[in-house]
Design a protein around this ligand. Sequence first.
Ligand code: 4F9
Length: 225
Amino acid sequence: MRIDILTLFPEMFAPLKTSIIGKATENGALDIRITDIRAYSKDKHHKCDDTPFGGGAGMVMMAQPIYDAINAIDPEHKSIRIYMSPKGKTLDMATVKELAGIENAWLTLLCGHYEGVDQRVLDLCIDREISIGDYVLTGGELPAMVLTDCVARYVDGVLGSNDSVSEESFSDNTLEYPHYTRPQVFEGLEVPEVLLSGHHANIEKWRKQQSLEITKRLRPDLLED
Ligand code: 4F9
């Protein structure tokens, strides 16, 4: 999967170079490219924001640098162009799996900053808007990393064969069961007996029951449909 990220703050994307996503990039399963929108500014001071027409607080990102950056990266509009925005559809597992399931998928993620982006560049260039939740951030960079991380986990070759996605939280509308590792007693707290029994059927039954109980207690809304 190829993911292009357009931002005024490329240095914010260091986390994508580490851990599982960093390894998948080295292995070639992911091709993540960060583009500095400022490089496309035609202003002599590389200006990319200006005051809003109509007045009001804050600055607005100018259309021209974004328009030119998108058209330099994806001149034939072959990628799915996504603007990370609180106005977008809230990200859920259905959207994550939809994007991850596209053969040879190519995503372009536009990160706004300040008060937002000139509406005309969104109208001209953007296919969809995605939000990661009902709160406002200082920019779309963290949402772009959230989207990249959770979509990438479902791309072939990103997770090792031991990192199963079939038992994790939300996989069948339930939250995941609790995990334990050595030592058997920690600060007086014991590992549940059944996990030490070696009886796989009982362990599976216990985990299913734990999943259901935890979901009922913490997220009863997930069980409604
Ligand atoms: C984007 C918040 C996506 C939530 C972008 C300020 C944002 C956001 N989901 N907030 N700029």
